[in-house]
Design a protein around this ligand. Structure first.
Ligand SMILES: NC(=O)c1ccc[n+]([C@@H]2O[C@H](COP(=O)([O-])OP(=O)(O)OC[C@H]3O[C@@H](n4cnc5c(N)ncnc54)[C@H](O)[C@@H]3O)[C@@H](O)[C@H]2O)c1
Length: 282
């Protein structure tokens, strides 16, 4: 692929879409968002080499994810006969991925691990890069990142779509569990008058690299106990729902979700939580 013909389309220009946008400073970009004039049918003339789909997957009332927006976008891409690699970055469960991947012969899943406050840096410096789907298409996506992006870690791992999805959900479920675990340990410090402080405890315990510095602060970055925001509560609910549909009882995670809901239902929901239809009820 000659360097000057690289055309990139991004559908969904929120935290993930904007970070992808910044990650490819030199490409010809075509951005489609809910209120932009650009439409999917315009992609016929643009003839993109690759489309990054960074659309929302809000929470359904039963905890599953709502993939209707992505579904309708795939239907339109097919309707206009736009034939290029479609890279899905949204967080979706394996069953939904299996359905979505049927819409196009060139489907690649590339789960995203960024945090909202540091979205661009996280995407550029991500420690983990997973591509899933047809091997040749995954290799082409890898080459596009290598040749056109400013990503620093270009070590990509290729796997199947289901494993890729479970990796994404497991990381978020593990980190959310870590948050609740440290919330409970903090209760010991709140309950007892130790000579040392909670901050001393954190400064020392994080020296063990198996624990590390992330997700141990109480309250968290939003100033609240427990975990909230647009991702953790939604992803934990989706993983529990998916597992229960295949008769796997994630009882530890359910307990964590229940305890978190008890904590978070005491707070007013943030706009991001409301947007994603997140519910903190048991
Ligand atoms: N925010 C994060 O930290 C993060 C991290 C990793 C993965 N994810 C996942 O990535 C996906 C996107 O997350 P986000 O935080 O970027 O979402 P977001 O809400 O910030 O952005 C989504 C964008 O899609 C646009 N949009 C909605 N419907 C559309 C349509 N029909 N056509 C075109 N554009 C449309 C919205 O206007 C918005 O700009 C979700 O599945 C999320 O779970 C998010």
């Amino acid at each position: 692929m000659p360097e000057d013909t690289f055309n990139l389309a991004i559908i969904g220009h929120g935290f993930v879409g904007k970070a992808i946008d910044e990650c490819f400073p030199k490409s010809n970009k075509f951005i489609i968002d809910i209120d932009s004039k650009n439409q999917i049918k315009d992609l016929v003339d643009i003839n993109p080499n690759i489309i990054f789909i960074c659309l929302p997957t809000p929470m359904n009332d039963d905890g599953s994810i709502n993939s209707k927006i992505i579904e309708s976008v795939f239907i339109e891409i097919k309707k206009y006969g736009i034939d290029c690699i479609n890279v899905l970055k949204s967080t979706v469960t394996p069953d939904v991925l299996q359905k979505l991947s049927q819409h196009t012969s060139r489907f690649v899943y590339n789960p995203e691990f960024l945090r909202e406050n540091t979205a661009v840096d996280d995407l550029i410096n991500s420690q983990i890069n997973i591509l899933a789907g047809n091997r040749n298409d995954c290799l082409e996506v890898q080459n596009i990142f290598i040749n056109f992006s400013i990503k620093k870690n270009l070590n990509f791992k290729i796997t199947d779509i289901e494993t890729a999805s479970i990796i994404k959900y497991t990381i978020n479920a593990f980190l959310a569990s870590k948050v609740l675990f440290f919330n409970q340990i903090k209760e010991i410090f709140d309950n007892q008058n130790f000579n040392g402080s909670w901050d001393d405890f954190l400064n020392l315990i994080c020296l063990d690299t198996r624990i590390g510095e992330s997700h141990i602060n109480v309250p968290g970055p939003d100033g609240k106990k427990g975990f909230g925001g647009a991702c953790f509560p939604k992803d934990i609910a989706a993983l529990i729902n998916y597992a229960s549909n295949i008769n796997v009882d994630l009882s530890i995670l359910k307990e964590i979700q229940e305890k978190n809901n008890n904590i978070r239902s005491e707070y007013k929901k943030s706009n991001r939580e409301a947007e994603q239809n997140i519910k903190f009820t048991n």
